[in-house]
Write a protein that binds this ligand. Structure first.
Ligand SMILES: Nc1ncnc2c1ncn2[C@@H]1O[C@H](COP(=O)(O)OP(=O)(O)OP(=O)(O)O)[C@@H](O)[C@H]1O
Length: 334
């Protein structure tokens, strides 16, 4: 993309030049804000709370990622994510308003959009932390709503911001928790479980502080542990909510590089990101949310136009080409 143009003001209706615009109109899922669940479609099953929380890694561990198979422990077919007419209401308001989206197998998908757009809620619905009022979710062709909790936890991991800093476990013990869906009930971790934990610690750049107490870590170090714990689940789909929070510039790039490499290895990734430049630099596929709806989706260079950014965020934007990466580079102005 090239040139500079000023975006318009807020009024999220259209996304000029975007690959796909406004996939679902108001009420597309057939859910009345006052009465969710009336759509007549099978509501999503309330599911497990798969593993963990947030992410990351450093230069030291980059070399380990190639040998890390994120899907070693997953059963069934690993595959892409499909979201059909998903709807979710709270307090009489549609927070997720008929979302249709897909993330292909092995793609790095990013959900972007303003504060309150519904990014975290969407991830929670996919993870099974929240139960949708209408719509359907599938992974590799398998309906998530019909999947048993343990199976869903083997297939999907979510890395969210860790708020429970008081957990009195070592980093290695925290990451071992990610193996829970793979360890038989009342069983003990196997040598393979411990190997996967070691691989996950290395891939996330958390190996250097594996024996420290989790509560003593900095925010950025915790992010790495949270990512390691999610990787230890060996999911087919990795969800991440703001995986670059608390990370310095180098650590942000390293974290996203790890995710991109894991995606190239076959892991399907969906991350909520605020930084459009990072999303443009690393994601294969963007899903732009506003007011609980998809307003654009597709490749970053197709989606991230000044018009779209202006309409969604209410800022002026100039989009050029990054001189090093060749990806879209966005400059903002009020
Ligand atoms: N439990 C709840 N009850 C009522 N409203 C809720 C609840 N959870 C979320 N919301 C509302 O739903 C909307 C979407 O929230 P969500 O956290 O998904 O947005 P987000 O895009 O992740 O925002 P941010 O970028 O600020 O993290 C917000 O308006 C939020 O206030």
């Amino acid at each position: 993309m090239s040139g500079r143009a000023d975006g318009g003001r807020r009024g999220v209706d259209a996304a000029g030049g975007a690959a796909r615009v406004d996939a679902a109109g108001p009420g597309a899922a057939g859910v009345d804000a006052a009465g969710p669940g009336a759509a007549g479609r099978p509501a999503e099953q309330s599911g497990s709370v798969p593993g963990v929380i947030s992410r990351h890694q450093n230069a030291e561990s980059r070399g380990t990622v190639a040998g890390f198979d994120p899907r070693n422990g997953s059963s069934g077919s690993a595959g892409g994510l499909r979201i059909d007419r998903l709807a979710f209401a709270r307090e009489g308001r549609l927070i997720i308003d008929g979302i249709d989206a897909t993330v292909p197998v092995g793609a790095f998908g990013a959900v972007v959009g303003p504060n309150g757009a519904g990014k975290s809620t969407l991830l929670h619905l996919v993870a099974g932390i929240e139960r949708a009022d209408a719509g359907a979710l599938s992974l590799g062709g398998d309906a998530l709503g019909r999947m048993r909790r343990r199976e869903r936890a083997r297939r999907i991991a979510i890395a969210e911001q860790q708020t429970d800093g008081d957990v009195d476990l070592t980093v290695r013990e925290v990451v071992l928790l990610g193996r829970t869906p793979h360890i038989p009930v009342l069983g003990a971790p196997s040598s393979r479980d411990h190997d996967v934990v070691a691989q996950s610690l290395a891939a996330a750049g958390a190996a250097p502080f594996a024996e420290r107490r989790f509560r003593t870590l900095s925010g950025g170090e915790r992010q790495r542990v949270v990512l390691a714990r999610a990787l230890a689940q060996e999911p087919a789909l990795l969800l991440l909510d703001e995986p670059t929070n608390h990370l310095d510039v180098r650590a942000q790039l390293d974290a996203l590089e790890v995710l991109a490499e894991l995606a190239r290895g076959g892991l399907t990734v969906l991350a909520a990101l605020h930084d459009l430049n990072l999303a443009a630099a690393y994601a294969d596929h963007l899903i732009v949310l506003a007011d609980g709806r998809v307003v654009a989706a597709g490749a970053p260079d197709a989606v991230l136009t000044p018009e779209l950014i202006g309409a969604v965020y209410g800022v002026r934007a100039a989009v050029t080409t990054h001189p090093i990466t060749g990806r879209p580079l966005i400059a903002f102005a009020p």
